[in-house]
Write a protein that binds this ligand. Structure first.
Ligand code: AHR
Length: 324
């Protein structure tokens, strides 16, 4: 009854919530209702991730109340508060940044609503405020990017590589951990110098801006490698390089993270050197945890999907080399 009441209340109040959608007909009486706060729609990755959660909720027959925060933490906090008010059964959310969640997650805990973090983490100090995390091991992704560069330098006898890093949203888990993993992989090897790390916010437009200003500052001969924290920014980088007559993946090596189709195709076409995989397809794992919670079962604290990396040092005709 609690679930049906929550859903009916949600439908009644729906008009007051911009962008909120309940993806289940009330008369179908979903087994339970999940409140999902998505952080935005900044990249193809994010759009695929939203679709994955929506499809999984449908497959499991759960009602889904989805709010998209358009990159604003305040909107995510508002969404979570509205889910608490509706008394949803489980809250799923992808925190845009790691800090600033203590109050609202304490409110969820006081209301007895379990919280599953998807894709991104919150500050370790607030460890007791969520039940489980489903998402990538971003540190391992950063390491894979660095390990590729070591293999490339070994294979081609490259003695000194000046690296420009284009980072994702500051204070977000993928930004922090992809940066740390990459730096750790290269640490102590004098061949590698990270000359600058700039913020591209995971956006294609900002990737383009960052590349243009890096070229202004260092010139095409002053940068050997661009390590970009996601494909959207990398596609912006490609636009700039090709406009300027600089051969991507040859004049400047390009390492990217995500693995969307456009980036994997660019890798196969010799325009990117390495794509580190980050799967957006997390919905199934999330809904399996929701189901386990519903059945009163223990759930794993952390679920990482299986991921790898593709590069110009591998066989790119292998059928496993494909984008999402
Ligand atoms: O949190 C995952 C990252 O966020 C993806 O790499 C990026 O594309 C997205 O915007």
């Amino acid at each position: 009854m609690r679930k049906l009441a929550a859903l009916l209340l949600a439908l009644l109040l729906l008009s007051g919530l911009s962008g909120c959608a309940v993806r289940q007909e009330a008369e179908e009486k979903p087994a339970l209702v999940v409140g999902f706060s998505q952080l935005g729609a900044e990249s193809s990755w994010r759009i695929a991730n939203t679709a994955s959660v929506e499809a999984a909720a449908r497959d499991f027959g759960y009602g889904l109340m989805m709010e998209n925060a358009n990159q604003k933490q305040e909107k995510q906090i508002d969404a979570i508060r509205s889910f608490i008010a509706y008394r949803v059964d489980v809250i799923v959310f992808s925190p845009i940044v790691e800090t600033g969640w203590e109050n609202v997650l304490t409110e969820a805990r006081q209301a007895g609503i379990p919280v599953i973090l998807v894709d991104r983490m919150i500050d370790a100090a607030q460890d007791d405020l969520y039940t489980a995390y489903v998402g990538a091991d971003f540190y391992a992704e950063g390491r894979r990017a660095g390990e590729y560069l070591i293999r490339k330098a070994d294979a081609e006898g490259l003695a000194h590589l000046r690296i420009a890093e284009i980072c994702g949203t500051p204070d977000s888990t993928p930004m922090r951990d992809r940066q740390r993993g990459f730096a750790d992989a290269l640490a102590g090897d004098p061949r590698f110098e990270i000359i600058e790390s700039v913020n591209g916010d995971f956006l294609r437009s900002k990737g383009e801006e960052c590349m243009a200003s890096l070229l202004d500052k260092y010139g095409p001969d002053g940068i050997d490698v661009v390590y970009s924290h996601n494909d959207s920014m990398t596609l912006g980088v490609l636009d700039v390089l090709e406009r300027e007559g600089i051969a991507p993946a040859r004049d400047i090596l390009l390492i990217t993270v995500d693995g969307e189709k456009e980036a994997v195709n660019a890798l196969k076409a010799g325009r990117i050197n390495c794509v580190v995989q980050c799967t957006p397809d997390l919905g199934g794992d999330v809904m399996r945890l929701v189901q386990a919670l519903k059945n009163g079962q223990e759930v794993p604290r952390v679920t990482h999907p299986k991921e790898s990396a593709f590069s110009d040092l591998d066989d790119l005709t292998d059928p496993s080399v494909e984008g999402f």
